[in-house]
Design a protein around this ligand. Structure first.
Ligand code: UDP
Length: 243
C-alpha cells in the first residue's frame, strides 16, 4: 500500500519511482484505468481556487512529487520524499511499454515536436508500439478523445500543460480500458531535443526550475509569485495544524 499526505488539501502520494512503476504494471495487467499526476506547486495553487481541479487532483490514482517546491513543503511536515521528475517518469513509462509490448499513445506539443519525439523514441526502442500520436493544438476535444479511445492504448502520455492535460485525462478515465494516463507538461519538448534537458548538477541541486527560467525567461512569471506564496501558505498551514 502507498502512503500519502496532503499539501494544502491536495493528496500527495509518498512513493518512489520503482514502486510507482510497479503499480502501473499491475494496473495494466489487471486492465484498470490509472491516472497519474506529477504534482507541483502551480497545480496545488491552482486547486486552491478551482474546486473542480481540486477534485480531479484528489480523485487521481497516484500523485507523485515532481518539483522541488512540493519536496520542500513536505519537509515542513518532517517528511523526506525524493522527487520523481516528470520527464524521467515519462521516459520510464516509454521503456516499460517497449519491454512489455504495451500499446502507447502520445498527445500534445507542436507537430514538429511530437514527430521528432516519435522518431527519437523509435530509434531508441525500435519495437515501440505507438498506436496514436497527435499534436496538442486542436479545437474539438471530443473528436480527439474518440480517436484515442479507438486506438485503445495501455499507456497514454498527454503534454498539453496543466490543467488541460489533467482535465482531458479525467474525462478519458471512465472511457478507456486498462490504460495508465499521465500529464507530462513540456516533456515532449525535451524528448524531441528541441528543449535541452537541464544539466545533472542543476537536477541534483533541485535547481532545474532556475535552469529552465534562465533558458526560457517567459517562465519567470510562472514561478513568481506562485512559488513564494505557495511556500508561505504551506508554512502557515503546518503551523495551524500544530496548533
Ligand atoms: N501545449 C499543447 N497545446 C496547447 C498548449 C500547450 O500541446 O494548447 C503544449 C506545449 O507545446 C508544451 C506543453 O503543452 O509542449 C506545455 O508545457 P509547459 O512548459 O507548460 O509544461 P510544464 O513542463 O511546465 O508542466
Amino acid at each position: 500500500m502507498k502512503e500519502n499526505t496532503a499539501v494544502l488539501n491536495c493528496r500527495v502520494d509518498l512513493i518512489d519511482k520503482d514502486n510507482a512503476l510497479s503499480l502501473v504494471k499491475k494496473s495494466i495487467e489487471e486492465k484498470k484505468n490509472f491516472q497519474i499526476i506529477t504534482i507541483n506547486p502551480e497545480m496545488i495553487m491552482n486547486a486552491q481556487n478551482d474546486l473542480s481541479f481540486l477534485n480531479i487532483v484528489n480523485s487521481s490514482d497516484l500523485n507523485i512529487v515532481d518539483g522541488i517546491g512540493v519536496k520542500i513543503a513536505l519537509k515542513f511536515q518532517k517528511i523526506n520524499q525524493n522527487q520523481i521528475r516528470g520527464v524521467d517518469f515519462s521516459r520510464s513509462l516509454v521503456e516499460l511499454a517497449s519491454k512489455n509490448s504495451y500499446r502507447i499513445a502520445f498527445l500534445g506539443a507542436k507537430e514538429e515536436v511530437i514527430q521528432k519525439t516519435k522518431e527519437n523514441f523509435l530509434q531508441q526502442y525500435p519495437n515501440l508500439n505507438i498506436v496514436y500520436l497527435r499534436n496538442g493544438y486542436f479545437k474539438n476535444d471530443e473528436e480527439i478523445m474518440n480517436e484515442i479511445i479507438s486506438s485503445n492504448p495501455q499507456i497514454l502520455l498527454v503534454g498539453l500543460g496543466s490543467p488541460k492535460q489533467e482535465e482531458i485525462i479525467s474525462k478519458l478515465k471512465t472511457k478507456l480500458n486498462g490504460c495508465t494516463m499521465v500529464g507530462v507538461g513540456g516533456s515532449f519538448d525535451v524528448f524531441s531535443g528541441i528543449v535541452k534537458e537541464s544539466p545533472e548538477i542543476y537536477r541534483k541541486l533541485g535547481l532545474e526550475w532556475l535552469y529552465r527560467t534562465v533558458k526560457q525567461p517567459e517562465r519567470f512569471k510562472r514561478i513568481f509569485p506562485t512559488m513564494p506564496i505557495f511556500l508561505i501558505k504551506c508554512i502557515i498551514d503546518t503551523m495551524k495544524k500544530k496548533g
